[in-house]
Design a protein around this ligand. Sequence first.
Ligand SMILES: Cc1cc2nc3c(=O)[nH]c(=O)nc-3n(C[C@H](O)[C@H](O)[C@H](O)COP(=O)(O)O)c2cc1C
Length: 285
Amino acid sequence: MVIGRGLTLESPVGAASGTFGYGFEAERMGNLAGLGAIFTKGTTIEPRPGNAPPRIAEVPAGMLNSIGLQNPGVEVVATEYAPRWRGWAAKVIVNVAGSTIEDYVRVCRRLDRVPEVAGIELNISCPNIAHGLDLGVDPRAAAACTRAVRAVTEKAVIVKLTPNVTDIAEIGRAVQDGGADAVSAVNTYLGMKWSRARGKPVLPGTGTAGLSGPAIKPLAMAAVARLVAALTIPVIGIGGIASTDDARDFLELGARAIQIGTANFYLPGLAASCAAELRQDGGAA
Ligand SMILES: Cc1cc2nc3c(=O)[nH]c(=O)nc-3n(C[C@H](O)[C@H](O)[C@H](O)COP(=O)(O)O)c2cc1C
């Protein structure tokens, strides 16, 4: 399916950011077979060590994470990782994060010169870094970031939306007006797990973290439905997909493609089998 700006995916199935790293382990295990795309870990201008552990916690039907954007920085991605993606059938779309619009622009300007990067997914919605928050919850800031990135790259720009807003369609319309080729939705929901034994949240810092997994699927579907109704650009559905039928639900709802996230951790072959089954459905690509 066509996402925009020359980006076409052979399958509507992708692996969500932060759950397949930069693809190398999955590729070695054969788990990228038949996928349309892998969305990399969030990549920033400088390397980031991420938050101190513990940074994940299990909850019923899902997990909380507060990874803190651990990544090697854009220069390593551009010069050391990208050449290893050459020849892969799955497109590699680099997820980009930052604290300021200028950060996003610098990362995207660098990635624009890397032929192996098939597209950019702007994570304007990471709930775990102090300053990034404002971009994804404010329509003007979200549009400004999209517009600034649009000006420095010819690659497809997919803007990944946070569900932690009052009206996700308003943010979607703003980034569409800012020049986004597609939106992906949703990122994680803000959540918290309490430790009664310790009298404080299980995860450090503020104790809040990103909730993902089957628990969020009904919420994500509601968000995707609002975006499909409000936008003319493609919507990529994400949230709690743990089976091919879950993927079919999002596609029937009107999502042009889907991403599988948390389920990759306990079903690493799911994305590949989902891609194969959707291909059998016919007309999915
Ligand atoms: C451990 C972990 C790390 C993640 N890292 C990122 C990230 O770096 N950038 C991003 O945009 N989303 C990130 N996400 C969010 C996922 O890509 C996805 O949007 C979210 O988990 C909902 O999908 P799911 O319920 O299928 O996991 C991360 C999720 C998890 C569980």
